[in-house]
Design a protein around this ligand. Structure first.
Ligand code: HEC
Length: 183
């Protein structure tokens, strides 16, 4: 009798548990915050800000981490000022030079050629014209850095592709290419 009762009790409990399970609703969650973000969605509307959006522009005058303001303007005067007044803060050593060489191969050689003579693959295939040899330009560390920041005529800015240190490493390598060309 008692065995039958136990058996019946187990069946009853199982049925009770199954009958409460509704597959159309989520089950109990262990640590619900792990599954459902408590943060706000980027493009959500919000009452917290006067313009009604969750996403806000940075406060005026703030500078992104890792970004150093560049004071020379994108004008001919800015170019001339950078050319005479701007100098590399990096040591002229093998490490910087070899890193500059690697970056140059990635970002510049397609146009300027691996020697800096303007004979990159795009010039050879006549896809991009007007690329000078560094030997024919009166460039300085400052002017190369300036051109990397702002671009010049047909050459676009590379400021978003390489950071401050990388720009100076590339500059060091460009100046060394020029020295070899004008020897
Ligand atoms: C898409 C092709 C292209 C790429 C890529 C390119 N350049 Fe240029 N670059 C040019 C052209 C075209 C000019 C000539 C601009 C002009 O009319 O003065 C130029 C000019 C220059 C000059 C001479 C500017 C002056 O002061 O007279 C320097 C220095 C220079 N580039 C460096 C670089 C470096 C460093 C890189 C890589 C980070 C690079 N360029 C990538 C096309 C390119």
């Amino acid at each position: 009798m008692s065995r039958n009762f136990n058996f019946g009790f187990i069946i009853f409990t199982c049925l009770l548990m199954v009958s409460c399970f509704d597959p159309s609703k989520p089950n109990y969650q262990y640590f619900p915050n792990m599954y459902e973000s408590v943060g706000y969605e980027t493009y959500e509307e919000s009452k917290a800000f006067s313009n009604g959006f969750e996403m806000q522009l940075p406060v005026e005058g703030t500078i992104p981490r890792g970004w150093i303001p560049y004071e020379y303007e994108d004008t001919n005067e800015g170019y001339d000022l950078a050319k005479t007044n701007l100098f590399s803060p990096l040591k002229k050593d093998e490490k910087n030079l070899s890193q500059g060489k690697e970056l140059y191969a990635i970002y510049c050689a397609v146009c300027h050629g691996s020697k800096g003579d303007g004979q990159g693959i795009l010039t050879k295939r006549e896809k991009f014209l007007g690329i000078p040899s560094y030997a024919d330009r009166d460039i300085t560390e400052g002017s190369v850095y300036h051109v990397l920041m702002h671009g010049r005529n047909l050459m676009g800015s590379h400021a978003s592709q390489v950071d401050v240190k990388e720009r100076w490493q590339i500059t060091q390598y460009v100046m060394s290419l020029r020295e070899n060309l004008v020897k």
